[in-house]
Design a protein around this ligand. Structure first.
Ligand SMILES: O=C(CO)[C@@H](O)[C@H](O)COP(=O)(O)O
Ligand SMILES: [Co+2]
Length: 229
């Protein structure tokens, strides 16, 4: 547990982060090996509690299991009602960057500060219908803003371009903040997200629905590289 891995995440940018939501959990070790071989530099883990969102995924034992089989930095996306209740257990399980949803908390700055004190990276996420003003109070505390381009809860949804305006605005107001986008990212949506200033691109379906992860990531990397600096 340290902020060293946060630096690795920062250095990886611009980069594609596979979201393990759609991976084969029956062969987690194999999936991790395939992703490393495909050039993945950071893993994105979707933790859902069946309450904040209408879907239930996994918790600390899986995060810990992934840690045992991979040294890649873990970006943990908490889609849960009470992020502070699970933040420390997630850090102990091996999370390197913990991102909570602004819609789940009352005092966004206080939650961000408490997670930061745990010695990991901290991110704040917002759903498409949530205005940027909701995360404003914590923007000088967090390392990353996760702009959702679908409503949190499920993989395979359609990209909502409202995320692009938010990215542009954040890039302008907080040029040093890491910007991440999540939901419906594929070879056609990743370029506009990069143009809008995004650094980290979470991708589920456009990797895991393909047989060849390396080819899938390389198509996405090429689309990022095709955007002028
Ligand atoms: O956080 C989430 C969903 O809430 C994601 O990380 C998804 O898993 C991304 O999947 P695709 O939209 O790329 O299929
Ligand atoms: Co996610």
């Amino acid at each position: 547990m340290s902020r060293d891995k946060l630096e690795l995440i920062r250095k990886s940018a611009p980069s594609v982060l596979p979201s393990l939501l759609l991976c084969d959990f029956g062969d987690l070790k194999g999936e991790l090996a395939r992703l490393e071989d495909a050039g993945a530099e950071v893993l994105h883990l979707d933790v859902m509690d069946g309450n904040f969102v209408g879907n239930l995924t996994y918790g600390m034992p899986i995060v810990e299991g992934i840690r045992r089989h991979s040294d890649l930095p873990m970006d943990v996306h908490l889609m849960i009602t009470d992020p502070l209740a699970y933040a420390k257990p997630m850090v102990d399980a091996g999370a390197d960057l913990l991102t909570f949803h602004v819609e789940a908390v009352d005092d966004v700055a206080a939650v961000a500060a408490q997670i930061r004190e745990m010695g990991v990276g901290v991110g704040v996420a917002l759903n498409p219908e949530t205005p940027l003003s909701a995360i404003e109070p914590c923007l000088d505390i967090v390392d990353l803003a996760l702009v959702m381009s679908v409503k949190a809860g499920f993989g395979g949804q359609k990209f909502n371009p409202v995320a692009l305006d938010k990215l542009r605005s954040l890039k302008q107001s907080h040029p040093k903040l890491l910007l991440e986008i999540d939901g419906g990212i594929d070879a056609t949506t990743i370029g506009p997200a990069r143009e809008a200033g995004c650094d980290l691109f979470v991708v589920g379906s456009a990797i895991f629905k393909k047989d060849d992860y390396k080819a899938a990531i390389s198509v996405l990397d090429d689309a990022i590289a095709g955007v002028a600096e």
